[in-house]
Write a protein that binds this ligand. Sequence first.
Ligand SMILES: [Zn+2]
Length: 424
Amino acid sequence: MSLSKIISGAESARDEVTELCSRLVQFNSAHPEGRTDECVEFIRGYMDEHGIMNEVHSRNPLKPNIVAKIPGASDRKVLWLGHLDVVPEGKPESWTYPPYSGKVTDNRFIYGRGTSDMKGACAAAMVAARILSGLGELPNSVEFWFTADEEIGGGDGARWLAETRRFQADVCVIGDGNGGGLDYPSIDLGCKGGAATRLIARGKTAHGSTPFLGDNAITKLIRAIPWVEKIGDLRLELPPELEEPIKSSVEFMMGTLTLSDEQKEAMRRIFHYPTVACNIISGGVKRNVVPDYAEAEFDIRLTPGSKPLRVKERIEELVREADIPGIEVSVRAGETAGYYESPDTPFAHQLAETIEKATGRMPVFKILTGGTDAISIKHYTGIPCLGYGTSMTGQAHQPDEHNAVENLVLGVKVYAAFPLIYRG
Ligand SMILES: [Zn+2]
């Protein structure tokens, strides 16, 4: 039957998926340019070669998106979504192999920017499309989308595609993230969202030699920062159905990362409390001028299902309690943060069933700490999104980023099998 064909087809596509990943890595699609044109051209060539219907959708000609479409018998449709853009490579000297080499070692690992996040998963999806297109009529239609701009918010990629209603489907599998390979198979139910916060300090300028005649905005900003950081002690109210996935998420991270005791403690709190990071600070013009302006920006992350407006209120209250004149805070928060799907839906059960068939283990449900394109898909189209990624733990955005060929083969199995198993 078709499922066993998929499993054996994926296993014999080891070299093909390795080669495709390596080739995708060699097209530099790093931001700030974030060009996806070469990757898209390469994918178009592959789909054409295998007689798979495809379309390029672009708002920015340097950042095209491409979809491969395989028709099915029912009017149900499954989407798969991945991104082709990558983050910059950072310092070239921190890489063992050049970052865009796509170097394959021992026939087991592929090195280079994007191997884990997420050209490896894109390569797996390409092979999945090829396998599915050779099976005859499928029970459901499938579309594999390869997009631009995920790393900078999806502007010319998934966000634009969602906003313009190019995504129409019953369910969407997000290929981003870490599906735990063979050892810790998992499904991402959703991801955290943010409450971007800016703290502004205003004072009075003076000559640097008579600072007491001025009012130093930087000094005030530094005093105010710890007050915003106190938001990290606010316990979030969360929906009870997330308690189990939160437990698995923490266990997943503890089991796959090497952490100090202090880091473990922070990891145990990561979903029940906001995380706070003051990541940008600016102010001052000259060493001999007392600054009259300074600002700090915070990345505050909240678990889906929590109440961002309550967090916003509390931050404003904390800054008032600090009682430092000339300090203002602005918090960008909406009704919801991030998104999540209930673990108890046919979609979740059937994706779990697929992963169990591919790995031999029942996957756990977890929540991602970072955001994905699913947030804009949910926002604009409401299509339910679950994640199963092929990345290796701790590799995304790192120097020496690499991925295991084994993970990609698993990706081929899951991405090709799910459209057969999905029954709504
Ligand atoms: Zn990614």
